[in-house]
Design a binder for this molecule. Structure first.
Ligand code: GLV
Ligand code: MN
Ligand code: MN
Length: 399
């Protein structure tokens, strides 16, 4: 809990927590995490995509590893535990083993992923995709809101993008990936349980839409002659919401909207907004994305606007491996807790890592199911329960 507090102090937002990929705050958090990894007995370094990567050898040096971890970047005005709890819990487990001089029949690697939220560049899981070898180098041209590309930001951070292919791990080098994360939902709290075992992670699609109309004088242009991009965007936001509401398991969100030029007396000529669609079924999500794109195109056509829709990223449903779910369940039961399985509505690095190795996840209860919000909160007892279950899982892990 103290380490989550310490990480939360590295923020660009005074009095709150915002820490995006490859920012100065990201560097300070990395320094803390790499130091904790070394203190816990690991060799630790920053890799070429900006992940903190620590390794604790098994009883035979060079053995394949059980990989643990979570992310170190945050959303804007974030909570202190989303991502960070998984990283510090994994380090704590290694520290426990190394203080007892225990070496396992496999190595342990802990990764603090540099980018999972995708807040800065819109495209997510850069760190885990690099590890899994699924990061196409064209992604590095993606720019942030200030026009800085990922490639340029990596260089400014002191990293060498041409080394990214070397971050890729071979299948077989990683026996499995296990991530502890706060639930970010209300199920465990409602059932009075400190932890839960994840069955699968819902898939997502992310779009960026640009509507271009015509800026003009708010006093002189009659209503019938306007090409108001913001009024059109308002219709689009409601259309996205309607599609999201059309199926119980579907969710769709416009999380960001920028209207230009942004003055009280100017008709907005251009609007950019994002769309995030999620579902536990890939077909359902893909249908929803098609409906949303068709509705936005219609609205643009009716209002005489140019419409540009960029498909930023999609990742399919990631199922946790049944044998790992069972091992995690045994760890939960061994620590005296009732076993509860649940799916994950939020995205996690396992979605990318499943291309490399089987994955599993352990959820820790959070207060009122609140996350992506500064009110995100967990108890010390639950953090302890989560770490204890994770340690039990690690010690009993069988590939
Ligand atoms: C990450 O937290 C996501 O689900 O967007
Ligand atoms: Mn998050
Ligand atoms: Mn997270």
């Amino acid at each position: 809990m103290q380490r989550c507090e310490a990480l939360a102090r590295h923020s660009e937002l005074p009095g709150g927590l915002t820490r995006v990929y490859l920012s100065p705050e990201n560097r300070a958090a990395n320094d803390l995490v790499l130091g904790w990894m070394r203190e816990a007995g690991m060799d630790a370094k920053l890799d070429a995509i900006g992940n903190c990567a620590g390794r604790y050898e098994g009883n035979r040096p060079g053995s394949p590893c059980l990989m643990l971890g979570s992310h170190l970047d945050t959303v804007r005005n974030a909570g202190k535990y989303d991502g960070m709890l998984g990283v510090v819990s994994a380090i704590e487990c290694v520290a426990s083993l190394s203080s007892r001089k225990i070496r396992l029949p496999f190595a342990l690697e802990v990764v603090g992923f540099g980018d999972e939220e995708g807040v800065r560049f819109g495209t997510t899981m850069l760190g885990s995709r690099a590890l899994a070898g699924s990061l196409d180098s064209s992604v590095l041209k993606t720019k942030d809101a200030k026009g800085t590309s990922i490639e340029h930001a990596l260089r400014e951070f002191g990293l060498q993008p041409e080394q990214i292919p070397a971050v890729k791990r071979k299948r077989g080098e990683v026996l499995a990936y296990a991530e502890l994360h706060i639930e970010q939902g209300p199920v465990l709290e409602a059932e009075g349980l400190p932890v839960g075992v994840v069955t699968a992670i819902n898939g997502f699609s992310r779009l960026r839409v640009t509507l271009s109309g015509m800026a003009g004088h708010a006093g002189t242009v009659p209503m019938g002659l306007r090409r108001d991009a913001l009024a059109a965007a308002a219709e689009c936001v409601l259309a996205v919401e309607r599609v999201g509401r059309s199926e119980p398991e579907l969710v769709a969100t416009v999380g960001r909207l920028d209207a230009l030029p942004g003055a009280i007396n100017v008709i907005p000529g251009e609007v950019m907004f994002t769309v995030d669609v999620r579902a536990p079924d890939d077909g359902l999500r893909e249908d929803a994305v098609s409906q949303i794109c068709a509705r936005i195109a219609d609205i643009g056509h009716t209002r005489n606007l140019d419409v540009q829709i960029e498909h930023l990223q999609s990742l399919g449903v990631a199922a946790c491996a049944p044998r790992l779910i069972e091992q995690m369940e045994r760890a939960v039961a061994a620590k005296g807790f009732r076993v509860r399985r649940l799916p994950s509505g939020a995205g996690h690095d396992g979605m990318a890592l499943k291309d490399l190795a089987d994955i599993c996840m352990l959820f820790v209860r959070c207060k009122d199911g609140i996350s992506h919000n500064p009110a995100e909160s967990i108890t010390e007892a639950d953090a302890g329960a989560g770490a204890a279950v994770l340690l039990e899982f690690i010690e009993k892990f069988r590939p």
